[in-house]
Design a protein around this ligand. Structure first.
Ligand SMILES: Nc1nc2c(ncn2[C@@H]2O[C@H](COP(=O)(O)OP(=O)(O)OP(=O)(O)O)[C@@H](O)[C@H]2O)c(=O)[nH]1
Length: 252
């Protein structure tokens, strides 16, 4: 568990501004302490203490900053590095699939609802052709940041493959998952991104599937993917829920 979880994206605050603010505060404290000890030398032990506090805060801020750089694994729940996507800082494929399997087991055992959202960037191929491969990192970073901001715990976000993300929503049925998907869609559509001086409009489509007891991982994922493809076929920038195909007459 990340000890600074409360400062991370899903914990509410980000560590970067925190490090900058505390660093600046420490600097000001140090300067004030030195100035005061020059004016009133007799009070030097008090000012030395003040300086020590300022220094401790600065060291903490620096350490926090360094950890932030060294550990892209500073993901929402402090997952081990091997489960975190280096580029987007969300869970990677292994991470999100293991979260999904765990959520499925919970749902299966306790009979609680579970939904899955598959999110795909619309026209990713065309975007790449227009902007070049170097735009990929910029777009993925901006998209994952927007998704992370718009999600809440205990929902989990991960990059499943290429331009596709998965969101696991425990205790959530399809209508609520649709609300969440809509929020994510709006968040991504609102990204103001400039690549090589050009404004780039990025949109995402979402496919929602609800876990059915006894369903296996492949079927659950395939349902979410099918809903995503439907949303993209319908023009993109929208969310669709998977609807089970009507049974043939006489089928069980
Ligand atoms: N899993 C999940 N469910 C959500 C999320 N946002 C809303 N919901 C659910 O969707 C339903 C309607 O959400 P809202 O319209 O935001 O209502 P709310 O009463 O403010 O929801 P709460 O935040 O749970 O109090 C509620 O059952 C929420 O729990 C989310 O980010 N993740």
């Amino acid at each position: 568990m990340n000890p600074f979880f409360f400062l991370t994206k899903q914990g509410g605050l980000r560590r970067k501004p925190f490090a900058v603010v505390t660093g600046a505060l420490a600097l000001v404290t140090g300067v004030v302490a030195i100035a005061l000890s020059l004016v009133w030398p007799i009070w030097w032990p008090v000012f030395a203490l003040l300086q020590a506090v300022g220094l401790a805060v600065a060291v903490y801020a620096l350490a926090s900053r360094i950890m932030n750089v060294k550990r892209p694994a500073a993901d929402p729940l402090g997952a081990p590095t091997g489960l975190v996507d280096d580029l987007t800082r969300t869970l990677n494929r292994r991470g999100i699939v293991s979260s999904l399997i765990e959520a499925m087991a919970q749902s299966q055992r306790y009979g609680t609802p579970l939904s899955l959202i598959s999110l795909g960037i619309d026209g990713a191929q065309t975007l790449m052709e227009h902007l070049g491969p170097e735009a990929e990192a910029l777009i993925l970073e901006a998209v994952s940041a927007a998704l992370g901001e718009a999600l809440r715990l205990p929902d989990r976000l991960g990059r499943y493959q290429g331009w596709e993300f998965l969101v696991v929503l425990p205790q959530t049925r399809t209508p609520q998952a649709l609300l969440v998907a809509e929020r994510l869609r709006v968040a991504v559509a609102g990204i103001a991104l400039t690549v090589k001086g050009k404004k780039v409009a990025v949109t995402m489509s979402a496919g929602i599937a609800e876990f059915g007891r006894g369903q296996d991982l492949e079927r659950f994922l395939a349902n979410a993917h099918e809903a995503l493809y439907e949303a993209q076929r319908a023009g993109g920038n929208q969310a669709h829920a998977f609807a089970s195909p009507p049974r043939a007459k006489g089928a069980l």
